[in-house]
Ligand binder design. Structure first.
Ligand code: ZN
Length: 457
């Protein structure tokens, strides 16, 4: 068997791994490269393998950096089944549709290339098949696959693949494991990451491979403090939110605060079509979630809805928010403030001393979100210079990724030990630091693979 790396090795985006067996080829994730130092469109189109040769695909979870190039390879002739969990299938559809829409908008505005069409997205969706956790299936003849809960977002999985023809000393087939993204500890709405039972080779993400998160309980106190201080002085609190997971966690916390009577009685606008659709999917698949308080503790038995929450799906509803002059909370995408409806609200409220911006997610270098988080006094939005007079605050513990301690303890299987660990999905300087960190405790060969590098087992 041959393993090669077609993304997710030079940074945190573009995850894409190819497995070649004697008579078949499968892909694990096929994500889009993202960020300021965006690789050129040409590089995106050249995936480094022939799409028509791929027999089947796997998706670990619905984030765009894990699924975004699937429509592209479908356009290039990939016709195999793409296996994932049922919630991921639902989330992946709205993520890809939204991405296609944004791509078309950018093409209209800036002349960017459209990498795939709405039809390519539809075809990709039709090739997806949902399979629950812990159900073994034969993806291609002789190759058995299983999904395990990664606790990262709704439906997220790490994947085990039993490799035919490569027996270990005990005569069992070698087990390959792809981490996808591994969730944070104590996420209030998700099950914990399942421990590894047994694995011989692991391809592991390293997003927070050099960092420790602050403790979770602190964050609700900080949230209440920030909400109260802005609302009490009659301002508007903007929360730029990532549509999947972070928004639902935030709604869950706000619901709790509303039940406890701590949330000020002001409107909370959820002004992101993608987040509204994703929240609907969270409600539908709630049996995949794990709530850390009993469902009857919420007056409406729904942890993502509370009095005064207004979902503004359509543009006209969104525009009406402008006529609400009173204190309020607005949750809108995108999380790093690189586009979406949050920009209109920032133009309106960033210069207002009474208002505030609460940052609850990672802000990549070069993004507007990073500038604001780093204390810029003036920023440019839609060609307008805007003074930053609003209060800016960041809460870090809403992260969807486990920190380095979580990753290291997860990499200790219940049975035996891992022979080789490949580090992916991390910044250039983080991977060597994480390698050193785990080598102190784990007796495995740790490898940092290069782009398109091949390994034969
Ligand atoms: Zn992810």
């Amino acid at each position: 068997m041959k393993l090669s790396f077609h993304g997710g090795v030079r940074g945190v985006t573009g995850s894409c791994f190819l497995l070649e067996f004697k008579e078949s080829k499968i892909l694990v994730d096929c994500g889009m490269f993202q960020g300021q130092r965006m690789v050129s469109n040409k590089n995106l189109i050249d995936v480094g393998f022939n799409a028509k040769d791929i027999d089947a695909g796997i998706i670990t979870h619905a984030h765009y950096d894990h699924i975004g190039r699937y429509p592209l390879i479908v356009k290039q002739g990939f016709r195999g089944t793409i296996y994932t969990t049922p919630p991921t299938k639902a989330l992946a559809s709205i993520v890809l549709e939204d991405a296609q829409h944004v791509m078309s908008e950018n093409a209209r505005r800036n002349g960017d290339i459209i990498l795939f069409s709405p039809d390519d997205v539809k075809r990709t969706e039709s090739q997806m098949k949902g399979i629950g956790y812990h159900t073994q299936f034969e993806i291609v003849p002789g190759v058995n696959v299983m999904f395990h809960d990664a606790g990262h977002i709704l439906g997220s999985a790490y994947v085990t693949i039993d490799v035919p023809g490569s027996e270990t000393e005990d005569g069992k087939p070698k087990r390959l494991l792809f981490s996808g993204d591994i969730g944070n500890e104590e996420v209030p709405i998700l099950p914990d990451t399942e421990p590894i039972l047994k694995a011989d080779i692991v391809v592991c993400e390293t997003t927070y491979g050099n960092r420790d998160h602050e403790p979770v309980p602190q964050r609700n106190k900080e949230l209440v403090k920030m909400v109260s201080s802005i609302i009490n002085r009659g301002g508007t609190l903007l929360i730029p939110a990532f549509s999947i997971e972070r928004t639902q966690e935030l709604l869950y916390e706000l619901d709790l605060l509303a039940d406890e009577g701590v949330l000020p009685k002001v409107p909370v606008y959820l002004d992101s079509p993608l987040a509204i659709k994703a929240t609907e999917i969270y409600r539908h698949f709630k049996h995949y979630l794990r709530f850390d308080r009993p469902i009857h503790s919420s007056s409406d038995h729904d942890f993502f809805t509370f009095p005064r929450l207004v979902e503004t799906l359509r543009m006209d509803a969104s525009k009406k928010i402008n006529s609400d002059r009173g204190p309020k909370i607005i949750i809108a995408g995108s999380g790093m403030m690189t586009g979406g409806r949050i920009l209109h609200h920032l133009i309106r409220y960033l210069s207002d001393k009474k208002s505030g911006v609460l940052i609850i997610g990672y802000q990549a270098e070069g993004t507007l979100g990073r500038q604001i988080k780093d204390g810029a006094k003036k920023v440019k939005i839609h060609q307008k210079d805007i003074d930053v007079n609003a209060t800016i605050k960041a809460i870090g513990s809403f992260s969807a990724h486990g920190d380095r301690n979580k990753l290291r303890s997860w990499l200790k299987p219940k049975e035996g030990k891992i022979d080789q660990v490949f580090l992916v999905h991390g910044d250039e300087k983080v991977k060597p630091e994480f390698k050193e960190f785990i080598e102190k405790e784990i007796d495995s060969e740790v490898i940092i693979p290069m782009f398109s590098q091949e390994f034969v087992f």
